[in-house]
Design a protein around this ligand. Structure first.
Ligand SMILES: Cc1ncc(COP(=O)(O)O)c(C=O)c1O
Length: 417
């Protein structure tokens, strides 16, 4: 058997909170003006109280509201797939499994948090959300979620992606989202996630009916994604595996990685690996320090690995990985040595994407292909050493709207940044 499926009633009913399971407490976020620890009141112009509470909660489990579960059930639980044809192509003794998050309406893991974020905002009377989007995946996810709750959504899309990925914009519009290129006031700038966050935050603080929704980085976002790892843990058991040896996922802000990996943090001996682009090497070459989440310096200061909030990464195709910082929890796990990090140039990433597409048949998002490149290296290392190794990775999105990137790769136009 190569696909391991859970029934609808086996969808997790509580999120896994990693905060109380960390070796030591997190450093607090600081106010951008005073540099003092922020309190809930500092965040109320942007987020509903329920999400602010989740951001700092130390409860080991947090119940998922029934109305959120009803929407998640449109595509969850997602399949766990054993990549037997990739194993055969590599001639490896490793057993490779992936969690297929590409089956969501938006085509990635992002709706797992878009839905609860829209739900909690709606419950507190908010009627409009603003956000940033890099690859366009998060913008589509939030447009889908707000359409389910009859809310308005305005998406500031990084201009490089806005130009490269017109179909993502159309998808957002299908769900009623309004999409504009960012930075709004610099038409010749390729943009960055940091600048788009500034645009979206500025919009939200200027209106009473509006809040801001972030697609990654913050604790509550990663919390919502833990349905991925919780399901995967059950599905690996169905596959007859006691545990994975290594858990791998791409890392932009850390949400799909945290979602898959956090439930395995307490399991000593399970290696956790973040994969990032060589052109935006936050975890592998950044500094661990307090920095702003956005370019303009409007967000709280977060303790994280960062390349500097004014860093503008090259316009690589994995738009969702072009972020100067990272989740504070992921940063801490890397700093404490619980998680490894590696960076790959995009030529190697697309080579891996093609090998996956030609063996497993699925065309991955460029972000997902970063993880696949590391999976292939791990599987080849297992072949070299002749050891069995159970590899689990996150197939966090399909690349059906990233075909221009494949066209560049196949016709020698891809810059190997
Ligand atoms: C398919 C896909 N994977 C990964 C990412 C990276 O984000 P994160 O690290 O939060 O999962 C994105 C971001 O847009 C994405 O669209």
């Amino acid at each position: 058997m190569s696909r391991f499926i859970l029934a609808e009633d086996q969808l997790p009913t509580a999120w896994f909170n990693v905060l109380p399971r960390l070796e030591s407490p997190m450093e607090p976020p600081l106010h951008p003006g005073t540099r003092e620890p922020i309190g809930p009141d500092d965040l109320t112009p942007l987020f509903p109280m329920a999400l602010i509470a989740q951001e700092v909660s130390t409860d080991p489990w947090i119940d998922i509201p029934g109305e959120v579960l009803d929407i998640l059930k449109l595509w969850r639980p997602t399949p766990l797939v054993r990549a037997e044809r990739l194993e055969a192509a590599l001639g490896t003794p490793a057993r490779i499994y992936f969690k297929d998050e590409s089956v969501s309406p938006a085509g990635s893991h992002k709706p797992n948090t878009a839905v609860p974020q829209a739900f909690y905002n709606k419950a507190e009377g908010v009627t409009r959300l603003t956000t940033e989007t890099g690859a366009g995946q998060w913008g589509t996810a939030l447009s889908f979620a707000t359409s389910q709750y009859d809310m308005e959504c305005k998406v500031y899309m990084v201009r490089a992606s806005y130009d490269q990925k017109p179909y993502r914009k159309i998808m957002m519009e299908v769900w009623g989202g309004e999409v504009v290129p960012s930075p709004v006031d610099e038409p010749d700038h390729p943009g960055s996630l940091g600048a788009a966050i500034s645009d979206a935050v500025r919009d939200a603080v200027g209106r009473d009916d509006t809040h801001y929704a972030l697609g990654s980085v913050l604790n509550h976002v990663l919390l919502h994604q833990t349905v991925i790892g919780l399901e995967a843990r059950d599905q690996l058991k169905l596959a007859g595996e006691s545990h994975p040896d290594v858990v791998i996922a791409p890392c932009g802000g850390g949400s799909n990685l945290g979602g898959l990996a956090f439930p395995f943090v307490p399991d000593e001996g399970v290696r956790l690996v973040a994969v990032e682009p060589a052109s935006c090497p936050t975890l592998t070459e950044g500094r661990f320090e307090y920095d702003f989440g956005d370019t303009a310096g409007m967000t709280p200061l977060l303790p994280m690995y960062t390349l500097g909030h004014d860093f503008v990464p090259p316009s690589i195709h994995a738009g969702g990985l072009r972020y100067h910082g990272d989740s504070p929890i992921i940063s801490k796990l890397v700093k404490d040595g619980r998680m490894e990090a590696i960076a790959y140039p995009q030529g190697k990433v697309f080579e891996a994407a093609l090998q996956f597409a030609r063996s497993e048949g699925k065309v991955p998002a460029p972000e997902a292909a970063h993880g696949i490149a590391k999976v292939i290296d791990e599987a080849l290392a297992a072949k070299e050493s002749g050891e069995e190794r159970v590899i689990l990775f996150n197939y966090c999105g399909h690349g059906h709207l990233d075909l221009a990137a494949y066209d560049d790769y196949l016709h020698g136009r891809l810059i190997d940044a």
